[in-house]
Ligand binder design. Structure first.
Ligand code: 5GP
Length: 115
């Protein structure tokens, strides 16, 4: 049978190796393979929602949880000077993996506006 898991589900299952930094029943987090900052972690819900446009009211607690995990990981990673959280949505924003994920970036000065 065809494997319908997303890339990030394969990472959660351990079928693709990763540097996992956090796991709970709702989400998991690992270091980005191509980091754009000294700290670059992806926080991913276990539920494989393809993009932000697929969110429903039923997902509000889950998305809030992802942000709370980002806050905890930022503290753990020593990002007291500041950090950025980003959801890319759609090709124009650079989304490349169709399973929503919150980027946590920090450890350097981050320009604004983003590219
Ligand atoms: P997006 O561009 O969809 O917002 O973010 C996808 C992110 O996933 C990118 O920053 C990319 O570097 C990261 N990524 C893609 N494949 C892998 C992988 O196999 N392992 C890890 N750790 N990160 C990946």
């Amino acid at each position: 049978m065809a494997d319908t898991r997303t890339l990030f589900q394969k990472i959660a299952d351990g079928d693709i190796p990763s540097d996992m930094v956090y796991e709970d029943e709702q989400c998991f987090a690992f270091r980005d393979i191509a980091p754009q900052a000294p700290v670059h972690v992806l926080i991913v819900p276990r539920k494989p929602i393809p993009e932000l446009n697929d969110l429903t009211e039923a997902d509000e607690q889950l998305v809030g949880h992802l942000v709370t995990v980002a806050r905890k990981l930022a503290a753990r990673e020593g990002l007291a000077a500041g950090y950025r959280t980003v959801f890319n949505c759609g090709p124009a924003a650079g989304q490349t993996v169709d399973h929503i994920h919150l980027h946590l970036l920090g450890g350097r000065s981050l320009g604004w506006p983003p590219g």
